[in-house]
Structures are given as structure tokens and as C-alpha cells.
Design a protein around this ligand. Sequence first.
Ligand code: KIV
Length: 297
Amino acid sequence: MSITNFRTTGAGAASGSRAASKVTFQTLQEKKQGHRPISALTAYDYATARLVDEADVDLILVGDSLAMVVMGYETTLPVTVDEMLHHTRAVRRAVKRAVVVADMPFGSYQNSVAEGVANAVRFVKEAGAEAVKIEGGAVRCELVERLTNAGIPVVGHLGLTPQAVHRMGGYKVQGRTQAAAEELARDARMLEAAGASVIVLEGMPMEVAAEITAQLRIPTIGIGAGPNCDGQILVFHDLVNLSFSPPAKFVRRYGDAAALFRSAIESYRRDVEERAFPSEAESYGLAVQANAASRQH
Ligand code: KIV
């Protein structure tokens, strides 16, 4: 009996022909060893998570960036554990193949290791996350070790860490001096030693990210960290032009959902105003046979 691909339902069945097997952290580790790049994207709801999963992206992060791109806040700081749980559940219901990682929001793990563990358990138990992501280096090692020992894989996050926006004095590239670069590399090694499964490297010189990637056994996933990480991640809304802000240097827009949605919404409004929608064919009538009516929805 094969134990590697025993699914009979799910995304493959739902989309007709797919039979891709479930991605695990073991898969990501094997990808690093085989020099095969890891793809990752954020998603925050059922519809987009389904599209991302059906496109065979390896890892889906329910990022706290949802505070900005979904909820309209200026920073990631205000989003709460309950709000993150709500979105993680929606993503979980959509995803069959990718690894689902939930971002621990600001304030959910900084107070104490015990509170961090308790909140991480909620993401796994109440929302179906397979791992949690936490920002920071050496200072997070105790928490990483506790979570790993509790059976919860941890994704670390180093460099430009948005929850530290005020300490950094803005969203600035990190690790630009020799000392800062060495500190990032040391943090990365310590996170790996503490048990982290993957580390996100955000907003740092590509040379620094390449060096960290070479030093680690676990995969790195870059965002604004150059091409030599083991994988790449982008914020979904940046990818499809739904973030309502000029793109950062590292963003590549692969589609224009804003233009697509605008045109559909404007066409709909025009049709309503000109009484062109709905048509008779899109309406119910009284003069239908009972059996025909029973087939209508
Ligand atoms: O919250 C987020 O979306 C993230 C990614 C940018 C890595 O942390």
C-alpha cells in the first residue's frame, strides 16, 4: 500500500485532473537538498487560497499582512489572534495540497513563551494550521524550541520584520553593514538549532540572504532578498495589483485584478442604470411548467 498519496478526494478531485501529493515540511527540505525552488504565496480567504493551491504553490502563508491588504490598516500591528484565526480557517477549508502556515500576530507571543505556545496551539487546534510563523532571531529561540517540542513546526522570519516597524524606523532594508549581516546570519543559525523548519528572509541584501541560505540546512524563503534563497514568497495582493499602493522594488505584478474587477463592476453598474440587467432570460416567470420550475435554481 502506498502511504505517500492516498487521497481520494480534495483539490485533485475538485479541479478534475490534479493528483499532486500533499506538500509537507519534509517535501520542502527535500526541495532544498535537490536545489528545486520552493514557491510560496500569502492567501487570506477561501477563494484566493483555492486558486493558489490549485496552481500547485508549495506553501500558503496566512500572513499578518492581511491587516494592511485586507483590513486597510497602516501597519500589521492591529490584527488580533481571533481575526487571524478567522482567516486561517477560511484558507484551511480551501487548501488540499500546500502547507498552510499561520502568522502569529503582534502581541500574541512577545509577552511570554507560555502565551506564545498557548496561542500557537490555537492556530493548530482551532484553525487547522500546519505551522506558525514568528518574527525575530535569538530572542525567539526558547519559543521555537518549545513549539517544536510540542509538535508545532515553526517558520522563522528575519531581516525586515514588519512587527518591528517602529524599532526599525520604517520599512527599511536590514543587514546592510557587516555587523548587521553577521547578526542576521547568527540569528538564522540559532533559529535552525532551536528547531525552526523554514526561515523567511525579508528585505535584506541578496548577498546576505545567499550567505545565510548557504549556511543553513533548512530552507530559506525570500521576499525582497534576491534570487538565491531556496524559495520565494510574495503577498497575493501585490502579485495581482490589489494592494492600492506603488509596488516595492522586489514586487513583480503578474496580473491586474484591479483593472479586471473595476471593468466588471462598472459594466454591471452601467447595465443596472440602463435597465440592461437583468434580462428576461435571467429572470423567473409565473408561466413555467411545474417540472421545469423544479429544475430552475
Ligand atoms: O505577513 C506576511 O505576509 C509576511 C510575508 C510577507 C512573509 O510575513
